[in-house]
Design a protein around this ligand. Sequence first.
Ligand code: ARG
Length: 627
Amino acid sequence: MVATIITHVAAMSSRAANPPVTPPLWRQGRITSGYWALATLSCSPNYRAKPVTDLQRHLRERLLDAIAELELPAADIAGMIRLDPPKNRDHGDVAFGAFQVAKLAKQPPPKLAADLAGKIEADDIIESAVATGPFVNFKFRRAAMAREVLTAIQTDRAPYGKADATDQVVCIDFSSPNIAKPFHIGHMRSTVLGNALCRIHRHLGAKVHGINHLGDWGMPFAKMMTAYMRFGDEAELHKSPMRYMFELYKRYGKEAEANPELDREAADHFKALESGEDNDERRMWQLLRDESLEAFQGPYSRLGVTFDHITGESFFEDKMAAAMKRVERAGVLEESDGADVVWLKDQGIKQPCLLRKSDGTTLYHTRDLAAAFYREDTFHPTRILYIVGGEQKLHFAQLKGVLIKMKEPIAEAVEHVPFGLVLSKGPDGKWEKFASRSGNAVFLDEILDEAVAKVRTVIAEKNPDLEDPDAVAEHVGVSAIVFNDLKNGRIKDVKFDWDAMLTFEGETGPYVQYACARLSSILRKVDMPVPAVDSIDFELLADADRVLLTMMDFAAAVKRAADQSEPSVVTSFTIALAGEIHSYLADHYVVSAEPSVRDARLVLVDAARRLLTTGLDLLGIQAPERM
Ligand code: ARG
């Protein structure tokens, strides 16, 4: 009983409602050459690869044996073995390009490829090794492939299940809104991207510290405080803190234009706050911070986002003096017009990094520097990822620049992970920077509410009997937004197009969620436990090769997502697997098949459901049992 709201939501789009067959990754050109190699041989500094699956390890060993017979001069031959998907997948499952080895052997690559192919005979894992031009194309035996992949998935073994702990420690600084300014749509992107990256690194066995570096200090905050002290009303604040603070923010902007006194007042308030005394400023800071944090909690919990540390800028209040000393001791601090700066011209950065203003107060940079030292000393991270929009490129270049100039080892770990804008359709149909109805503020809860309401309306109209419709609407609506955000390369702008993100046909969250629900429905229908993987006849899954090959792409996808801070690779993987399993099920019955066939297919269906669930989970999305 997949009592679907699928068709109903799909009805919102103009196209037909059948789930599409998405071409596999290699057909979509999404996997650039070397993609597979990442799974097996990549020398990524972060997740130094060992062969991921036994199949690939076996292939590699057979290749090395064959090459050893050639008695070539000593060289790093293992490093020359890259396994890629062949240009034409009909030629095989994996291709080995013989170029480097041929060079070493002083032979034309096609001749060497033919030689090697001749030496590698079929065995119980390799079905064939055939030379095509300079490549050796390998085909796995279908039963061996099915056994390997399905066993690993059913037993939750890495790379499909979570890896054992590694020595990687990854700090991920994400979301980090300014509590004295509206929650920017960019913060939503940071929240969603950062959450996915935390999950992806954890899956790979890293120790992850998800950090919310809340903007709760400095001049922006002092301005809010000034506005509140001048025109604020506590009852109004409690009613709707984010919206009220946005009103204050706008009012401050307007009044400060006419009256420069306000900015001076704000600077004084900040000085008073930084004095560390128990004063009005301190009490005001506490109030506004508490209100904001509580207000953020709503959207955070709807998105399923949690943090290991909420250490905002204020957390570094008492750590900045020591940080400044450390910079001074390194001999890189200079005075400029009464302010303290670090010049970075030798690194090609024209603007100096300003660390203390002439009035003695600190800056955003000072706190980021103190935070970098703190993270270094407390967590000993191998990577620190800052998931922050591209407009802060200079800020992070300067931060890293100062650390490099200080010869701090942590400099190498610092990585700014920028991302593109969010665009919405303007009244003339053109894509422009996202702006919500409330002016230029973006209230995350409003966006989530809108998505959920759209799904909910459709359910009410088309499927009034659906069990727990509010929960389904919440789930599908919120996930659609997250998926849409993570769908394309992060540096690309995200188009916020309601119809496109809620349809079940395209590359959407609902499409992949529907695939999960469909698989769950089959498992419910057979009304028996999923057979143990070692009880089935793998030969019966010979024609599921495209599903299995796609499953095998998972390891490389997750690794690449982590190495390049690119969750979209995992998103693409889920779309591809959903497409493959849909097309397999189009002409393979499960429930009504004869028992041995049914059992084998059930194991496949269960594995696809597990892997799609894991893929979605890495993106921060839950897979529903029913839709
Ligand atoms: N609060 C900043 C903003 O909204 C983002 C902070 C990013 N993290 C950092 N460590 N600087 O622009």
